[in-house]
Design a protein around this ligand. Structure first.
Ligand SMILES: [Zn+2]
Length: 421
């Protein structure tokens, strides 16, 4: 494939890369994490790279949750195009609350599947298995050409399902616990091995925010995690890759001075306003891995029965302490670029220091070993967009995390290998 080739997918056109492109989605990477780690000397590669690279910031998608943003990054579009607006949603047709990790809910092809059709080699590694099928959707798995697997299920890979077998031997590390920093390290270790063995044209590495939910920027727990990542970035950089570091969302403390979670229990409030169970509060942060956040984020959507006075209920919610925004379905769909058929009559965003829950009895907080840090709101929308190359031609644009592949493929100086400088 020549350097003049382009790939158009979801209304955007991308140049075929000259050098491998690696987009890293550092889950929950509030910009402060890297800033603090660089300032205190924890990320020597990143510090030395920045003067020859681009240290940008971008806005993620709201709800600032993992799945909507990972899918935005790999499709280049917001949820109104790809359809994934939470980890979890209420399907009114079925009358059920369901996980949205099935590719059946995906409404757009990924950049990877479009590039594979033009002969590009693709490698996708995610920490948690919940994302694997969404990220790998449409890829024809083939050894050395297209691989997609999770660190969590690295010992269950197959050529047919993942395009690769024997991942644990390749990486030379055991499969880590799903609640560990090691799960993310496995992703980077695999990325470095794959860069060496298959040299993909496009690589996507997606971590977990286990560390960020527990540790504030600048703390030793956070710094050691960023130090670990830096030691892999330098290897990918040395291999000549164009690297973009971004995040699915930021992360903020959402607890009181005594360390207990600072929560607005929205379902309880609605039960008081409207009667028990009349409204249905959905928290799209909910997923099978709730131990570190207790399903408490800063975003909720509310379903109301036919004939309910939406404006009146919105006004009642606005009066609750800790509420930042209440939007009708139409306003939320427009403001946050969401699929209107997958959100309720109202969308509620809470303030930076406040989480939103349903009712106290429906949140198991026993797994919260440290004061709550979480995400989901507008206050976690700012994320890093750091590139190991000079970037040109983006002046005046509102940058989004889902511009990562556009920046890497269309806006870095052609042929400017960092390793050659
Ligand atoms: Zn996340």
């Amino acid at each position: 494939m020549g350097r003049d080739a382009t790939v158009t997918v979801n209304g955007r056109t991308y140049r075929f890369p000259d050098a491998p492109v690696v987009v890293v989605c550092i889950d929950g990477s509030e910009p402060d994490y890297m800033e603090e780690a660089v300032a205190s000397g924890q990320m020597p590669w990143l510090k030395s790279m920045l003067p020859r690279g681009a240290d940008l910031r971008a806005d993620c998608v709201v709800p600032s949750f993992t799945n909507p943003n990972n899918l935005s990054i790999v499709t280049g579009q917001p949820p109104e195009v790809h359809g994934i607006c939470g980890n979890f949603f209420y399907d009114p047709a079925k009358g059920e609350e369901v996980m949205m990790n099935d590719p059946a809910y995906l409404r757009a092809p990924t950049i990877f599947s479009a590039f594979q059709q033009l002969g590009a080699k693709i490698a996708v590694v995610t920490a948690k298995d919940k994302l694997r099928r969404l990220l790998g959707n449409g890829l024809e798995m083939k050894p050395g050409e297209a691989v997609c697997f999770s660190a969590e299920k690295a010992d269950e890979t197959s050529v047919a399902g993942n395009g690769i077998d024997g991942v644990v031997d390749l990486v030379g590390k055991p499969v880590p616990s799903v609640y560990s920093a090691d799960l993310s390290e496995f992703v980077f270790a695999a990325g470095v091995k794959l860069m060496d063995s298959m040299r993909p044209d496009l690589m996507y590495l997606s971590t977990t925010d286990y560390v960020q939910h527990k540790h504030a920027p600048g703390s030793e727990g956070a710094n050691s995690f960023y130090r670990m990542m830096d030691s892999y970035f330098i290897q990918l950089d040395a291999a000549g890759a164009v690297i973009v570091l971004t995040a699915d969302h930021g992360m903020n403390a959402k607890h009181k001075a005594d360390g207990s979670p600072n929560v607005l229990y929205l379902q309880s409030a609605l039960d008081e306003f409207l009667g028990e169970g009349v409204a249905r509060t959905i928290l799209p942060i909910t997923d099978p891995y709730v131990v570190h956040h207790g399903a408490l984020g800063s975003y909720a959507t509310v379903y109301l029965p036919a004939g309910a006075d939406v404006t009146e209920v919105a006004a009642q919610i606005e009066g609750l302490e800790g509420v930042e925004q209440v939007l009708t379905r139409e306003a939320a769909a427009q403001t946050f670029e969401l699929p209107s058929d997958r959100i309720g009559e109202l969308v509620v965003v809470t303030e930076k220091t406040r989480a939103v829950g349903t009712s106290p009895d429906r949140h198991d907080l026993s797994g919260l070993e440290v004061p709550l840090r979480s995400h989901g709101g507008v206050s976690e929308q700012r994320v890093p967009l750091v590139v190991n190359r000079h970037v040109a031609g983006i002046e005046g644009r509102r940058l989004r995390n889902f511009d990562a592949f556009d920046i890497a493929l269309n806006h870095v100086a052609a042929g400017a290998s960092a390793a050659a400088e």
